[in-house]
Design a binder for this molecule. Structure first.
Ligand code: NAD
Length: 440
């Protein structure tokens, strides 16, 4: 099986011919700018010492400081972090943020750590990485199994080392520590705005549209909740232990409530103090992906739809809320069947967009209202979804290729403006006055 980074970089070759882009730009984007791998020693509650492995990759910072989440998961390795940082680079360009792409991770199982151990690990990550972090260099955010609390600890640790308040170094912080209103549901909400655009273009009737969501964490819960509020029929959801399926659809707020109270995914509906367990079929995560639904939303981990199971996926539309859930081989199979895929670098860009709003607020000393955040996010997502959709139509390609072409046009112009071989050879375009000026 192709590794995740090689597979991610294939997307560059797939679009290199679609846009006018200097081959040097493509070559530059095959390699991350820098990759750090560090040991994070943590004193455990029983007095023993455990050393965790951490990573931070700054993929490209041509368009601005590197930006991207930190993942705590037992499968995290450097290669995966590089792929995630590459996707962040593309994503920030798709939605035209003044950021490059980065990503971080720690190989650990956070469910096996106490709250205090998790805090020491989060602070240890910052101690190990302090030199590359900063509001103008590298700005982390939450990702899988990290959340505002973790960002709060990290911000506090960074500010302690700096000996000054430095809120702009992390985003996705608790609002009390300088976080932005609207950051928590931003990833799900951004994907929701994309779905609303598709609904308008395709003429969907929400009540007739069935939805399955893999991953019922931050992103998955919010997209399921927003669609439920609009009368979409959310018929299946899952977490790391498996899923539940009910053809009539679920009351999503009840699922969220039970999941957050008990950490279990069960269809328990309560009215006052009276709770009732609603009948639902237990399914595996693999079965969820193959359900006969209209809209499939992978919102957990990468590489879940592969050449092995793509032929059995029945959904006609897939919105990639997770990063990299579909491998490039699987993409081809799905394309042949005419499945519409809203790619991750567009569909889940709402999170980094509101992170950008948070960074802007931190640096300007302003606080925006929730309505302001929602309006600005809706404007960005509708504008860039529209641009990608139009480009797909113009080029006769799918939305993924169009999104990459859109991102590469912006990134390519930025990288090329720093100088390429063509620039050095191309006499008429050289800024002669500087050459002349330097000899006078
Ligand atoms: P989270 O930790 O809040 O939730 C992850 C969910 O996935 C949990 O419900 C967990 O039980 C489930 N899960 C874990 N392993 C699984 C498995 N093997 N099969 C099925 N489900 C599994 O994380 P999140 O922030 O919601 O992130 C989810 C995805 O969205 C990731 O791919 C992440 O990179 C992407 N994403 C998140 C953000 C953000 O702002 N949080 C932004 C952009 C993209």
């Amino acid at each position: 099986m192709t590794d995740v980074l090689t597979d991610a970089l294939r997307r560059l070759d797939e679009v290199a011919d679609l846009v006018e882009i200097d081959p040097e730009v493509i070559e530059r984007l095959r390699y991350p700018k820098s990759s750090a791998q560090m040991a994070i020693p943590v004193r455990m509650d029983d007095g023993s010492l455990r050393v965790f492995e951490g990573y931070r990759v700054r993929y490209d910072d041509t368009r601005g400081p590197t930006k991207g989440g930190v993942r705590f998961h037992h499968d995290v390795d450097l290669n995966e972090v590089k792929a995630l940082a590459f996707w962040m680079t593309m994503k920030c360009a798709v939605v035209d943020l003044p950021f490059g792409g980065g990503k971080g991770g720690v190989t650990c199982d956070p469910k096996d750590l106490s709250r205090l151990e998790l805090e020491r690990l989060s602070r240890g990550f910052v101690q190990a990485l302090y030199d590359v972090l900063g509001p103008e260099t590298d700005i982390p955010a939450p990702d899988v199994y990290t959340n505002p609390t973790v960002m709060g600890w990290m911000t506090d640790e960074y500010s302690s080392i700096e000996r000054r308040h430095s809120p702009g170094t992390f985003t996705g912080k608790p609002v009390e520590l300088g976080g932005s209103l609207g950051r928590e549901d931003a990833t799900g909400r951004g994907a929701y705005y994309c779905i609303k655009e598709l609904e308008r273009i395709e003429g969907w009737n929400p009540a007739d549209t069935t939805v399955a969501v893999q991953g019922f964490g931050n992103a998955g819960q919010h997209i399921a909740g927003l669609l439920h509020d609009d009368d979409y029929r959310v018929v299946a959801v899952s977490d790391s232990r498996g899923g539940i399926y009910r053809p009539e659809g679920f009351d999503v707020p009840s699922l969220v409530q039970t999941k957050n109270d008990t950490r279990a995914l069960r269809a328990v509906y309560c009215e006052g103090t009276v709770c009732e367990l609603v009948e639902a079929e237990m399914i595996t995560n693999g079965e969820l992906l193959e359900l006969d639904v209209d809209l499939l939303i992978p919102a957990a981990l990468d590489g879940v739809i592969t050449a092995d199971n793509a032929g059995r996926v029945q959904a006609t539309t897939i919105v990639e809320v997770a990063n990299g859930p579909i491998t490039s081989d699987a993409d081809r199979t799905l394309a042949e069947r005419g499945v519409t895929i809203v790619p991750d670098i567009l569909a889940n860009a709402g999170g980094v967009t509101v992170s950008y709003f948070e960074w802007v607020q931190n640096r300007s000393g302003l606080s925006w209202t929730l309505d302001e955040v929602h309006d600005r996010l809706a404007e960005v997502m509708r504008r860039e979804f529209g641009a990608v959709h139009d480009l797909a139509t113009e080029l006769g390609v799918d939305l993924r290729r169009a999104a990459y072409a859109h991102a590469l046009t912006r990134l390519g112009a930025a990288i090329a403006s720093k100088g390429t071989q063509t620039w050095f050879r191309d006499e008429p375009n050289r800024p002669k006055r500087y050459v002349e000026g330097s000899t006078s």
